[in-house]
Write a protein that binds this ligand. Structure first.
Ligand code: GLY
Ligand code: MN
Ligand code: MN
Length: 485
């Protein structure tokens, strides 16, 4: 934080390539600036939703000060930082979107006689009577652009806003407090650590997000729609990707362009896995060649400004047509996904959709003659041999984090029942490693995953990513429309 003037001090240090400033220039820079308020700042549409979220956490923790640091810039190398992304809990309780969010901000829920007051501590726009605005490469307006003033932030997000430099003093009364620890080392130091209570706090705040409100559902749809356009952008560059070495990077770059254009960033590193790379579950090097005749598995999601992310996988034949072997494996996964999606409904157990997927994966392996026992036997928990070809789970909660609600306990997540308003992925796969001698050579190195984002509704489920084709005939037709319009 910047109570932590640490970051500021560091940024004000003269770097080897900086040109020293003469006193005359320092004086000159103090004068001649007109006021430049932001025009048209309006209350953000998230306000009614963030207010309701805060009311719930307030009721759970009467009398306790709650702190949600946004997190700090992280050095990539020397004086270059990684792009900043606020912590999800900070975003979730404040509604502050990526382009307004200032590193080192801290959101505080301050206990009052009747509940809590929402207080946001930020490093606001630098005034022209200090030299930060042109000298500070990390925070100065001439270096990184304008930040909002305290008043502008208050108007936009409906939260009382104070200067971050006043936080240490504010916390000095040592009131009972809980913090989302590990995001801001400077603030962490000011709050007494209570390990068990902090675990519970993380659990409560994580579980608050398990049922999505309408604002979240709308933002998720935006993220998914942008990602669907990003998939079309990728297919469009397939021919170019086949003409150069490391063509996976061409495709990865095409999606990143869409993520930056329509959103804040990728929600997670894109997996662009051509040929046998598809059998490496977290293939994010993306430095392989793209060869006609192979499949390419792509797992990518746009994170929108509100930080919600899509999580979509498609597997395409690079030249637009599946071979017989590729289609056979693809159809096993397709059927598994259909079965999984059908098992998503309110009242069903979270595990049901995974189990439904696995029945089809086991049956597929049996039909291909690679299972030494029957599918039925293999599906028994003490066997599970079919899992050789899908060793990951078949889905997870999705939202402001790609693996959302990560601090839920087992009984709240894997062993829980689905409810309307949850958003999940359903993502079975079948991966035949290139050295898997149980398969004939033409199958080796084929990896397929199909992943969609599903909203649990009152009556069943809605596939939010339905605009992107899944059936192999539809995939071929879609590719033909893009590549041969
Ligand atoms: N993209 C990460 C996942 O599918 O879980
Ligand atoms: Mn996923
Ligand atoms: Mn994914």
């Amino acid at each position: 934080m910047s109570t932590s003037t640490n970051n500021n001090d560091k940024a004000l240090e003269v770097r080897t390539h900086d040109i020293p400033l003469a006193d005359a220039m320092t004086e000159f820079m103090k004068q001649g600036w007109a006021p430049s308020p932001l025009e048209g700042v309006k209350p953000h549409k998230s306000i009614p939703f963030t207010t309701a979220r805060r009311e719930k956490v307030s009721k759970q923790y009467p009398g306790v000060r709650l702190l949600f640091p946004a997190g700090s810039l992280k050095i990539r190398s020397n004086d270059s930082d990684y792009q900043f992304r606020a912590h999800s809990a900070f975003s979730w309780y404040t509604g502050i979107i990526a382009s307004d969010c200032v590193p080192d901000s801290v959101f505080v829920m301050e206990p009052t006689a009747t509940g809590h007051e929402a207080l946001l501590f930020i490093h606001p726009r630098s005034p022209r009577n200090s030299d930060e605005f042109y000298r500070n490469a990390r925070f100065g307006e001439f270096w990184i652009g304008r930040r909002m003033t305290l008043e502008e932030s208050e108007t936009k997000y409906g939260i009382k806003v104070a200067q971050i430099e006043s936080l240490a003093e504010f916390l000095s009364d040592k009131k009972e407090a809980l913090i989302v620890r590990g995001q801001d080392a400077e603030v962490d130091k000011l709050i007494v650590e209570r390990t068990e209570a902090e675990v519970e706090f993380l659990n409560f705040t994580s579980m608050q997000r398990i049922i999505k409100d309408q604002y979240e559902i709308d933002e998720m749809q935006k993220a998914i729609d942008a990602s669907v356009r990003g998939f079309a952008d990728m297919v469009r560059v397939f021919p170019a990707a086949t003409t150069v070495a490391r063509g996976e990077r061409v495709i990865e770059g095409a999606f990143y362009g869409r993520a930056r254009l329509e959103g804040n960033d990728n929600g997670y590193p894109s997996i662009v896995a051509s040929g046998a790379h598809a059998c490496v579950l977290h293939w994010i090097k993306n430095d392989g060649d793209v060869l006609p005749g192979d499949l390419i598995l792509i797992d990518a999601g746009v994170e929108v400004e509100s930080h919600y992310t899509a999580d979509i996988t498609r597997t395409f034949p690079i030249n637009g047509k599946f071979t017989e072997a590729q289609r056979k494996i693809y159809m096993i996964v397709y059927k598994a996904q259909q079965a999984g999606i059908a098992a998503v409904k309110p009242g069903a157990k979270f595990k049901d959709f995974h189990n439904a997927c696995m029945v089809e994966i086991a049956k597929g392996a049996e039909e291909l003659g690679v299972l030494p026992i029957s599918a039925e036997e293999s599906l028994k928990p003490e066997q599970g041999l079919h899992r050789r070809w899908q060793f990951h789970g078949s889905g997870h909660h999705l939202g402001i984090d790609v693996h959302d609600c990560a601090h839920a306990r087992k009984e709240q997540y894997a062993d829980a029942v689905l409810e309307a308003g949850m958003i999940l992925t359903v993502e079975p796969g079948f991966y035949i490693q290139p050295d898997d001698t149980l398969f004939p050579p033409e199958y080796r190195g084929i990896g397929v995953r199909i992943e969609d984002d599903i909203l649990v509704t009152q009556s069943g489920a809605k596939i939010l990513s339905n605009a992107l084709p899944r059936h192999p005939d539809e995939v071929e037709a879609y590719m033909a429309r893009i590549l041969m319009p």
